[in-house]
Design a protein around this ligand. Structure first.
Ligand code: AMP
Length: 302
């Protein structure tokens, strides 16, 4: 057989596909993040399941829990979904590219309030576990050396212990209020989950696709990093610069700019932590700073 010299590698025939959650907890934040990174989804119609995402990417919208399967099947090269769902899928050929930080929750073991069990390690063999994460639950109890019985449910596992269907549950928790309301108590955390940018091993093994994935990951990371920071500009007395440097060290020392006819004043610019802006402003004012301006940053690449 002769080799077709004009063969086009599969990944060049169509844009790289990113599977995004079509609804649920992760979906709005995922779309917003891509838009902030310059990839705004362009839908052809309302409720379309496909959208173009910038020039290089196409988004497909599917259930967060199905995303690992689409990636494993090669229907998409990348996806955004919860780390819990990737683990539960059992697909080993999916790799975490970037922790996106949002959708933070934990997968925990919980028992009824009145139970005196304080740790999953003391649960006896034959314990019945209600969960929509059977694979993770089984693996976890295996690691404790306990054989369990799984009652597989697709949601609302909290009721199972009260109905006598299960002794414990393995479920996602964020504030813990759902457990409390349902008379349950957490005894152990199996894993912490956040939304992840994941890619298939096959996509990462292709040099061209890998480069595109790395560039996208860097762009998303720069947006995430920027969201925790603010850019602060202020006029400060020239003779307090040493103290100003301590208050706003910035990424590599504050930028100091001459103020025209400023004489005793200079302008100081620096990147500061968003969650400390309040204290930073108070400290700068105490040093005599004036004209303080704080703005959001779109991207930050140190
Ligand atoms: P969805 O069912 O589409 O809302 O998405 C569920 C996914 O959102 C979970 O698998 C987690 O990855 C994530 N998530 C974040 N916080 C929570 C929470 N408190 N409860 C359930 N899922 C959460």
């Amino acid at each position: 057989m002769t080799k077709d010299m004009n063969a086009v590698p599969g990944d060049l025939r169509r844009p790289i596909r990113i599977a995004l959650p079509n609804k649920g907890r992760l979906s709005d934040r995922a779309l917003e993040l891509f838009e902030q990174a310059g990839l705004k989804a362009q839908f052809r119609a309302d409720r379309a399941l496909v959208a173009s995402l910038g020039d290089d990417f196409q988004a497909i919208f599917v259930r967060a829990s199905d995303i690992p399967e689409y990636l494993a099947d090669g229907a998409a090269e990348m996806g955004v979904t919860g780390a819990d769902l990737v683990a539960e899928s059992g697909h080993e050929d999916l790799l975490d590219v970037l922790d996106l930080g949002f959708g933070r929750c934990r997968l925990s073991v919980a028992v009824r309030d009145e139970s005196d069990v304080r740790s999953a390690a003391v649960l006896p063999p034959g314990t019945r576990v209600a969960t929509s994460f059977p694979r993770i639950a089984r693996k976890y109890f295996e690691s404790l050396g306990t054989e369990i019985e799984i009652a597989s449910v697709s949601g609302a596992a909290e009721i199972a212990p009260h109905l006598g269907v299960a002794d414990v549950i393995v479920d996602l928790v964020s504030t813990g209020s759902t457990l409390r309301v349902n008379g349950l108590r957490e005894i152990d955390t199996i894993m912490i989950s956040t939304a992840r940018l994941v890619a298939s091993r096959a996509a990462l093994e292709d040099d061209v696709t890998k480069q595109v994935i790395d560039d996208l990951s860097a762009a998303l990371e720069s947006v995430l990093r920027a969201s925790e920071k603010r850019y602060l500009m202020t006029n400060v007395p020239r003779d307090r610069l040493d103290e100003v440097r301590e208050v706003i060290p910035g990424l590599s020392g504050p930028t100091i700019v001459e103020v025209l006819d400023g004489d005793d004043w200079v302008a100081a610019h620096a990147v500061v932590d968003a969650d400390r802006v309040y204290q930073t402003i108070a400290r700068l004012k105490a040093l005599g700073a004036e004209g303080i301006l704080v703005t959001r940053i779109e991207r930050l690449m140190p």
